[in-house]
Design a binder for this molecule. Structure first.
Ligand SMILES: NC(=O)c1ccc[n+]([C@@H]2O[C@H](COP(=O)([O-])OP(=O)(O)OC[C@H]3O[C@@H](n4cnc5c(N)ncnc54)[C@H](O)[C@@H]3O)[C@@H](O)[C@H]2O)c1
Length: 248
């Protein structure tokens, strides 16, 4: 039985991960951390330092600033961690890098297999269509607190890695913003209702347009990806891992 510590257990994604684990015999949530202290069928703590249970792996769907205490605990306990949370600052990303020298750290802004394929297809399209303008449009529910989505940035970073010139990310446009430059990647965030997650990568050229898109119909695909990542991570040496490592 693999014992998972669920960080952010009271949130939307935390609840879906917990439900998925209830349906599996090889996994259990041994404890959760969430300052709102939800009543659940496993012990919940307000802080990582309070966790007393033995833990094999951590799954984190919480809030970006939680990563400082989360990594303190994970490194101290020598436990691998799957970070699904998004919206990190540069300093927090540097902390994650540092922790990965001591423990296995898996991070992906999107845990779905389909989105990770979209990243690879978009990268290929950017190589194949060098004169096309690239724009990324993402849509999420009205409760999402960060914008653009971590997934939109992940797609943009993949594309930027193959462009001949340094890409400039332009977030939305308004007013007399001037003409589009060649090295721009436009990124646009739309928020509304209960949309789980939509991402569209638009390649717009002379008289033609290519669109690569992904639509998530439920949060289960994301929870399932996080659980797959946790199982994968338990076998790994310290280092940084992402979805590419699972599916390569
Ligand atoms: N990688 C992916 O595939 C993926 C998918 C969905 C959401 N996310 C990201 O996961 C995060 C959570 O998403 P959500 O929709 O469940 O949000 P949510 O707001 O519903 O839940 C977040 C939970 O984290 C808790 N929390 C806040 N601070 C904490 C702390 N210091 N320690 C522990 N828990 C803390 C909150 O109380 C809340 O219950 C967001 O950053 C979101 O962008 C990633």
């Amino acid at each position: 039985m693999i014992r998972i510590l669920l960080s952010g257990c009271g949130g939307r994604m935390g609840k879906v991960v917990a439900e998925l684990c209830r349906q599996r015999e090889d996994l259990c949530i041994c404890a959760g951390v969430d300052p709102i202290l939800p009543h659940l069928d496993f012990p919940v703590y307000a802080k990582y330092a309070e966790v007393r249970e033995e833990v094999d792996v951590i799954i984190d769907f919480s809030f970006h600033s939680a990563v400082v205490d989360l990594l303190d605990y994970a490194v101290g306990a020598g436990v691998p961690v799957v970070i699904a949370t998004t919206g990190f600052t540069e300093e927090e990303l540097a902390l994650i890098d540092r922790a990965s020298q001591k423990i296995p750290v898996f991070r992906s802004a999107n845990m779905s297999l389909g989105v990770n394929l979209v990243c690879q297809l978009a990268k290929q399209a950017a190589r194949f269509l060098p004169d096309f303008d690239i724009e990324i449009i993402e849509m999420h529910h009205n409760q999402k607190v960060d914008a653009p989505s971590g997934t939109a940035l992940m797609i943009a970073d993949e594309i930027a890695s193959v462009l001949p010139e340094k890409a400039e990310y332009v977030h939305g446009r308004s007013g007399i913003c001037g003409k589009r430059t060649r090295n721009e990647i436009g990124i646009h965030a739309i928020r509304g209702g209960t949309i789980v997650g939509e991402h569209e990568v638009l390649f717009s050229g002379y008289n033609e347009k290519v669109v690569i898109s992904h639509s998530a119909a439920s949060r289960e695909i994301l929870a399932n990806g996080a659980v797959c990542a946790a199982l994968f991570l338990r076998e790994q040496a310290p280092g940084k891992y992402s979805m590419k490592d699972i599916f390569s």
